[in-house]
Structures are given as C-alpha cells and as structure tokens.
Design a protein around this ligand. Structure first.
Ligand SMILES: *Cc1c(COP(=O)(O)O)cnc(C)c1O
Length: 383
C-alpha cells in the first residue's frame, strides 16, 4: 500500500451486511440478481461477484457479454444475465458459456435466434418489456408476439421476464405504479395464452430504489445494484441501514504554509485569507475526483474535515489543512469513507459535484488500487 498514490478499500463484510438487509426487505422466496455492471460500479466485479454469491446473491447481472465472460473466466459458475442489448458477434461465446441474455427488441430476438442456431446452442433469454422507460425493451403491444416466437423456437428458452423502472425514487413515484400495472397486464395475458411455460421463470422488476421503497409486487427476483454497495439511489430514499462498501484514500505528498493573499491551483480560484497551511494529494480528476468539487468538497485528515482548496487538477488535489492538528507529510486522507468517527459519504460528494452517487463510484479510476478487506480469504482476488 505504501507505493499507492491513492487506493480504494472494498469492505466485503459491508457487502454481505447490505445483502442481508436487502434479503430482510424482500423475504426468503425472492432471488437476488446482483447487478455488477461497470466492474461492479467500480468495486471490482470478480471479487464482488465471488463474495456476493456466497452471501445471499443468486446470480449476477451485467451489461455486456464481455463483462459476463470476465466473470466466467474468473470461475463464477452462477447464473449470469446480460441485461443490456447484445449485438452481433458478442453472442456466440456468451452462449457457449451459458450466459443468459436479455431481449430488448424483436430485432435482437431474431438476431440472437440466428446466432444460437448457427452455433447450435439454446439461448436462455429474459424478455425485457418496456413499460415506460423508453430506453430498451419490447413495447407491451409486441411483447406477446416476441414471447410466442421465443416459445416456438428450438434455439431459445425463456428464462425470465423483466422490466425496468424510470423513477429514481422507486415506489414513491406514481409512475412506478403505472409501470408495474403495464407489466402486470403483459404477464397476465402471456400466462393466459400459456406463453410463460411451466418452468419457474425469473420475473424481475425491482432495482435498489424499488426494493428500498417496498415496491409491490416484487415478483420472484430483484436486481439491486447501488444498494448492495451501500449507497442510496436517490436523496429521497434513506439508506442509513446500509454500509458503504467503498472508501477512497490518498496520502499527503506535500505540505506548505502560504501567506495571506496567496492563490491555489489553476486559475487561482482560492485565495488564503490569512496565513494558511495547505497539503497536496496525488490524485485528481483523472482518478475520478470530480473537477466540480474544486472549492466545494471536503476530505478527512486525522479525523478532521479539510476543505478542498482551488480547482482539482488532473493528478493533484490541494486541501486546506489549517484546522488539522499535527498534520504531516504522508498522512492518510479520506476522500470518501470514515475516519475517527466522521465520514464523507458518496451521496454528499455527488450532491456537491452536481451529479449522482452512481457516477462518483463508477468514475474512480484505474490508477486507484482496489484493496479488499473482510470476507473469507478465498474471496479475495488474486494478486
Ligand atoms: C443498473 C441496473 C439495475 C440496478 O440499479 P440500481 O439502481 O443500482 O439498483 C437494475 N436493472 C437494470 C436493468 C439496470 O440496468
């Protein structure tokens, strides 16, 4: 760790805690498809998937076949569902590796069927119904036709039916209710026409916001992402029961005193009111510390808040450590996480930067080493 300019600690015990909280919310009969797209929201998909599958997750959801194959190569044997759109040449390898695939349109359904026939595999698919998000999904009016096609195909097998909710505040919005009803109508019609088959399908709607706001019905599977990582999906949703999984740290590489009136960083946007003590951290917006946190955000040093002074640079961030007793070169700095009973939350940083917590997590860059804590030893990634 001594060689790191910045590192992210991933607390696997917090992940299991969050899965337990989610499990309590949803009850025993509902499967958890943990969403681990975008490298598990920056946490490292392989380590997260291994640990989550041993602590309550029943499968892993990702966005692309490449993400799915990375997990298979790392020895993940569970169900893996590609929730996004699978296009052309991605599919054959995924089918060979028994990866389940979301069907977001009639066109992609036909394409996947052709591919499955060509590689002599049976594609296990989840029909995605668009109930109002207007991003991906088969419109309700076409859903039965696509379901019939899947049922009739020798090269496809229906594994699930899903929809995705647009309101970020989940069931607190009447829009969620309207979407749920549209979905329900499709399911009922499909059932009455015997298009859902006899096998136990995964019927899944709920993301984190929906679970935390007690969407009803939850059906028999849910797709939590950000809540498993201990972060609230929306400021209106209380996530205090959850524990943040990721903390980001750096260390002070330079400390200096400046006279009143001295300015800091590009554009000189911060000026010392009196004599000031400044410290420099070797990470910046290239590492995912949002540029918009310049002169706004705060970090923790020795359990004391230290405001960000001036603009964030690509590789460096300067902080005002005048209030930090005994601050020294090499001191650990908490960008988000806890230190000495105080904490900086991802939600707070997102608010200050004018973005959403999802982006704060996903932006944590490649130069920031991921260090895994807690969990069983075999859950740690190699190296
Ligand atoms: C990302 C995603 C989720 C998880 O959303 P969270 O808000 O992180 O819980 C669920 N379903 C789909 C289709 C997604 O793309």
């Amino acid at each position: 760790m001594d060689t790191s300019r910045a590192w992210a600690e991933i607390d696997l015990d917090a992940l299991s805690h969050n899965l337990t909280v989610l499990r309590r919310r949803i009850g025993a009969g509902v499967s958890i498809l943990l969403v681990a797209k975008a490298d598990a929201y920056g946490h490292g998909a392989v380590a997260i998937a291994h640990h989550a599958l041993r602590h309550g997750a029943d499968g892993i959801g990702v966005t692309s076949c490449e993400e799915a194959l990375e997990l298979r190569r790392a020895g993940i044997r569970s169900r893996i569902v590609v929730l996004g759109a699978v296009f052309g040449e991605e599919a054959p390898q995924a089918l060979e590796q028994d990866i389940e695939i979301g069907i977001p349109s009639a066109e992609l359904c036909r394409m996947l069927e052709r591919t499955a026939r060509r590689v002599a595999r049976r594609a296990r698919v989840h029909l995605k119904v668009d109930t109002g998000m207007n991003r991906l999904g088969v419109p309700p009016a076409e859903a039965l036709e696509v379901l019939a096609r899947i049922r009739a195909s020798l090269h496809m097998e229906l594994a699930g039916v899903m929809t995705h909710l647009a309101p970020t505040e989940g069931a607190l919005s009447p829009v969620a209710e309207a979407q749920v009803q549209r979905f329900q109508a499709v399911l009922e019609e499909a059932r009455s026409k015997h298009l859902l088959g006899a096998k136990r399908l995964w019927i899944h709607v709920a993301n984190s916001a929906a679970i935390l706001t007690r969407l009803d019905p939850l059906h028999n599977a849910v797709r939590p992402g950000i809540s498993a990582y201990g972060v609230s999906p929306d400021p209106r949703i209380d996530a205090s029961e959850l524990r943040p999984v990721m903390s980001v740290y750096s260390k002070i590489v330079h400390v200096r005193e400046v006279a009143a009136g001295e300015r800091v960083g590009y554009g000189g946007t911060w000026a010392a009111r009196g004599r000031a003590l400044l410290a420099t951290l070797p990470l910046g917006y290239a590492d995912g510390i949002d540029w918009r946190l310049g002169n706004r955000g705060r970090v923790l040093v020795r359990g004391t808040f230290a405001p960000i002074a001036g603009r964030i640079s690509m590789d460096y961030t300067t902080i005002d450590v005048g209030a930090v007793p005994g601050v020294r070169l090499g001191d650990r700095v908490t960008l988000f996480g806890s230190d000495g009973g105080r904490s900086v939350r991802v939600e707070e940083l997102a608010d200050q930067a004018g973005t959403i917590p999802y982006e704060v997590l996903c932006n944590i860059g490649k130069r920031v080493d991921r260090i895994y804590r807690g969990g069983a030893p075999e859950g740690r990634p190699p190296g």
